[in-house]
Design a protein around this ligand. Structure first.
Ligand SMILES: [Zn+2]
Length: 189
């Protein structure tokens, strides 16, 4: 069982989100509204921080519903692999993001089940949710970090809200790309 101090450590994680990546996710959410969409978050872990510098969209075979979103898992696996290769191993999977076009930026019971499932293969994954009810420019975005111990349904699981801080990456950081760029363009960066 995690100790109180380990929970405390998780609570202090800071999520650094590149501003243009955030804009990309909001644009993607607007594009699919009133249906949900989402994707995966890529970046790296730095001490108690997570630095998100790239986000992938839903993938061509994703299923979008008003209250449900099923990502194109195979496509995401390929995207994550490609990002890892092109960045020389810098970029890794940090978690998932999705929109709630007709709801608040809070985790549903299905979201908890998803995050708990991801916890089985990734340590402390993130789940970012973009609210769709507010006006453009006034979106509320939440981010949670999953923490699980034990493999059975009796294992302990928590999703702890994290603070998001937007930042503008230095110009010599070349990871911030949108999925609309072709692999050829990405390779030239
Ligand atoms: Zn959700």
């Amino acid at each position: 069982m995690p100790t109180a101090s380990s929970v405390l450590r998780i609570q202090t994680v800071t999520i650094w989100l590149a501003r243009e990546v955030y804009q990309q996710m909001r644009d993607e959410a607007d594009l699919f509204s009133p249906l949900e969409t989402g994707g995966v978050l890529l970046g790296w872990r730095s001490g108690s921080s997570r630095v998100i510098v790239q986000a992938c969209g839903p993938g061509p075979r994703a299923l979008h519903g008003r209250h449900r979103f099923l990502p194109d898992h195979q496509w995401h696996v390929a995207e994550i692999h490609q990002a890892f290769q092109l960045s020389g191993g810098d970029l890794d999977y940090l978690g998932d993001w999705h929109s709630h076009p007709s709801g608040d930026a809070v985790m549903s019971s299905e979201d908890h089940a998803t995050l708990r499932r991801i916890c089985r293969r990734v340590r402390n994954p993130l789940m970012m949710i973009i609210d769709g009810q507010t006006q453009p420019g006034e979106r509320v975005t939440g981010c949670w970090m999953g923490h699980a111990s034990g493999w059975s349904i009796f294992g302990r699981y928590e999703a702890i809200a994290q603070e998001i801080r937007l930042f503008d990456p230095p110009t010599d950081w070349q990871h911030c790309t949108t999925e609309r760029q072709s692999p050829d363009v990405l390779a030239k960066l």
